[in-house]
Design a binder for this molecule. Structure first.
Ligand SMILES: [Cu+2]
Length: 145
């Protein structure tokens, strides 16, 4: 009797562990989703957003856009001295964007994504003997759906 109960408990316990194991990846997904920003579609059919550029990050750093509709992203520098740039060059994206964002200035890039996927947006500025801005964390995601 006691052994049987122990067996039931053990079964239930492993069941709970399995449930937690299954829920974990889902909860991580939900935890990450507030960081992803859906770029709103304006009445004129253009998906527009402003991204702040700081040392060393893009805010927001995860943008979600729809394929087949034009996108206009304005990168606004918050820095006083440090220049940054904006690069999207993952060959899978079929995008080739590389532009400068001088300190205290804004840059608007326009493109129409056609290939769904998640692609890096990054800054490759680098001083000799120091890590690149990308290596310091200045990298975001352009997610095309
Ligand atoms: Cu930079």
């Amino acid at each position: 009797m006691a052994i049987q109960q122990q067996g039931v408990w053990k079964y239930r316990f492993t069941g709970i562990l399995r449930a937690i194991g299954l829920l974990m990846p889902v909860s991580i997904l939900f935890a990450a989703s507030p960081l992803a920003v859906d770029v709103p579609l304006d009445p004129d059919g253009v998906q527009r957003a402003v991204v702040e550029v700081d040392s060393y990050e893009f805010i927001p750093h995860h943008l979600v856009v729809k394929a087949g509709k034009p996108v206009e992203l304005t990168f606004k520098s918050l820095t006083w001295v440090v220049p940054h740039n904006v690069i999207i060059d993952d060959p899978r994206s079929e995008l080739k964007i590389r532009d400068e964002v001088p300190a205290r200035e804004s840059l608007t890039i326009k493109f129409t994504p056609t290939v769904p996927g998640s692609f890096a947006i990054y800054c490759d500025k680098k001083l000799p003997f120091i890590k690149s801005h990308r290596e310091k964390g200045q990298e975001g995601v352009l997610e095309v759906r």
